[in-house]
Every structure is written in structure tokens, then in C-alpha cells.
Design a protein around this ligand. Structure first.
Ligand code: G3I
Length: 305
């Protein structure tokens, strides 16, 4: 294949990108998005603060623009994200207990119902585990509603859109030896054993020199897949430049291709200048939209299969 999406498709996988509303104002970025990628994630436009700015008043205009563009151009959509401790609307940040639990479940239900039939996979719950060596849940207002908040969110999402795959999504879960990785693994194992509806696990894959691509990445992806879930690289970006950066991207692609149930890779934006790491160069296209060495490395590795 001569594009990322074409090369990935030859392996039975997708290649996606995050897309922000401002991409519609830049024809160059929009052309690259359309040419190279066949899975779209809204970078911010489908999050809780965007879709429910005041309680039970939903605003889907920015999310719809992205979803409709993707579907009209023959792409699929990863929904991001139904429940998260961050980017909650102000009214929700101030809630707790049963009130918050019910607000969260109402949000999950209403948003998943709105997009019913249009979403390949939802990040139902995002980033619910703590960093470091504790292996504990992250403290948050949602966690304080009870340890079962995650499974409650998954059950609500399944009821609202039975056709969407339901994912748990997190970062720093790439290295098999990390406590956070083990903690998420144990949750997924528990969910599968008790029939909690979970179909996939997303690995955000935000890498930098302090958090490099682990050499055991294929082990992590393979062990999760062996639990009976799909795995996906959901927010890939890697700080750096040149051949070092290109080699690390290659390693991520190799890890995914080595696991049958790794169904696709999504990068977290198109051009370096679009990245949330505003001072960095972690993506596949430079600020002018030129293909970087990392792009060629990814394309070649996809074509090598
Ligand atoms: O849109 C407002 C704008 O009106 C306002 O003037 C400006 C002032 O700060 O803020 C703008 O909103 C910002 C938004 O990005 C859009 O640019 C928010 O402040 C900013 O917090 C937000 O950052 C996003 C971040 O999630 C928030 O947590 C990044 O774009 C987005 O790339 C990032 O994505 C996350 C994933 O959702 C989850 N995993 C980690 C990943 C990277 O942090």
C-alpha cells in the first residue's frame, strides 16, 4: 500500500488519527487525514465537557461534524471518551456519591444512544488507574462513587449501543512489568470471568525518552489479547526526531502486527504542529504536512507485514 490506511488494510488492520475540529479549517491537514487514515478519533469534541456542558443539555455539534465527515468519507470512528476523571464539565466536577453515579450513567447512556450505529469502538472508561507502583485505582470523584463504577459504565454503554465494541483505555500500560499494566490486566481478566461487557483494551502509547517504547510490548499486547479482547494502539505519539524516532515507531507497528487481535493503530494527530505536545515533534508529518522519516518507517513496516 502507498498510504498508511492501504498498507494497514493489507494486514487486516486499520490506521487512524485523532482529529480536532480545527482540521476543517486547514485544507492541507484535511487532505492528509482523508488520504492516509481510515479510523477517526475526535481529539476533544466527544468528551464529557464538550457533549454535556450543562446537566442533561447535550451538545453534539462538534462531535457530529467529525463523525459525519468520517462516515461520509468511508472511515470508521473510535468514540472518545464516555467516562473520565478529567475534562468533566464543571457541574459534574462538583458532584459526588449517588448523584454523580447517576449523572455519569445518564451521560454514558445518552451519548452512546446519540451515536448508536456510528461507532466502531467506544473508550467507555479512560485512565482509571493510578500511576506508579501501587497498582491501585486512581482517586477521583468517579472512583469515590464505588469500585464498581467502571463495570456500571460498561453495562450502560452496552445497553445503549449493543453494536459498538467497548474498550478500556489508558496510558503507561505498555510495559508488561509495570504495576499499572498488571492492574488493568487483572481488571480485564475479572470482567471477562464475570461477564462484564468488555471487548477491547486501548493502549494510548504516548512515548518519550522517560517512557520509551518497551521491548516487551508484544508480550503485553499478546497477554491482554489472550484474555479474549481486541487490543488497539489508540493515541500513539513518540517524542524525538530522525532515525531514533523512526525506529521507535517501527517497534510499535511490529508489536501490533505480531498480535492477531491487535486490530489497529491510531496516532494522536496529523502534523507535529497539531500535537497536544505543542513544543514537540511526536507525529508522522511535520508542521508543513511533509512526511517524516517516522512516516516512511511506519509505512514500510506495515508493508513488510
Ligand atoms: O477550546 C479551548 C479554548 O476555547 C480555550 O481558549 C483554550 C484555553 O486554554 O482551551 C481550549 O481547550 C483546550 C483543548 O485541549 C482544545 O485545544 C484545553 O484547554 C486543553 O486542556 C485540551 O487539551 C486536550 C487534553 O487531552 C485535555 O486533557 C488535548 O487537546 C488532547 O490532545 C488531550 O488528549 C488526551 C486524551 O484525551 C486522553 N489521553 C491523553 C491525551 C493527551 O493528553
Amino acid at each position: 500500500g502507498s498510504t498508511l490506511q492501504a498498507a494497514a488494510a493489507e494486514t487486516g488492520r486499520y490506521f487512524g488519527t485523532a482529529m480536532a475540529g480545527h482540521y476543517f479549517n486547514n485544507s492541507g491537514t484535511l487532505n492528509i487525514t482523508n488520504r492516509e487514515f481510515n479510523m477517526i478519533t475526535a481529539e476533544n469534541e466527544m468528551k464529557m465537557d464538550a457533549t454535556e456542558p450543562s446537566q442533561n443539555n447535550f451538545n453534539y455539534s462538534s462531535g457530529d461534524q467529525i463523525v459525519n465527515w468520517a462516515l461520509q468519507n468511508g472511515k470508521r470512528v473510535r468514540g472518545h471518551a464516555l467516562a473520565w476523571h478529567s475534562q468533566q464539565p464543571g457541574w459534574m466536577q462538583n458532584q459526588s456519591g449517588t448523584t454523580l453515579r447517576n449523572s455519569m450513567l445518564n451521560h454514558v447512556t445518552k451519548v452512546a444512544q446519540h451515536y448508536k450505529g456510528k461507532i466502531y469502538a467506544w473508550d467507555v472508561v479512560n485512565e482509571a488507574f493510578a500511576d506508579g507502583s501501587s497498582g491501585a485505582r486512581r482517586d477521583s470523584n468517579l472512583q469515590r462513587t464505588g469500585n464498581d463504577w467502571i463495570e456500571a459504565a460498561f453495562r450502560a454503554a452496552r445497553s445503549a449501543d449493543p453494536g459498538a465494541k467497548l474498550c478500556y483505555n489508558d496510558y503507561n500500560t505498555d510495559n508488561w512489568s509495570h504495576a499499572k499494566t498488571q492492574a488493568v490486566y487483572n481488571m480485564v481478566k475479572d470482567f471477562k470471568s464475570r461477564g462484564v461487557p468488555i471487548d477491547c483494551v486501548g493502549f494510548q502509547a504516548h512515548f518519550n525518552s522517560g517512557n520509551p517504547v518497551p521491548s516487551n510490548y508484544h508480550t503485553t499486547l499478546g497477554n491482554f489479547a489472550a484474555l479474549g479482547v481486541d487490543v488497539q494502539i489508540t493515541e500513539l505519539d513518540i517524542e524525538g526526531s530522525g532515525s531514533s524516532q523512526a525506529d521507535q515507531f517501527k517497534g510499535v507497528v511490529q508489536a501490533c502486527l505480531s498480535v492477531a487481535r491487535c486490530t489497529g493503530i491510531t496516532v494522536w494527530g496529523v502534523k507535529d504542529s497539531d500535537s497536544w505536545r505543542s513544543s514537540g515533534t511526536p507525529l508522522l508529518f511535520d508542521g508543513s504536512g511533509n512526511k517524516k522519516q517516522a512516516y516512511t518507517s511506519v509505512l514500510n513496516q506495515l508493508n513488510a507485514g
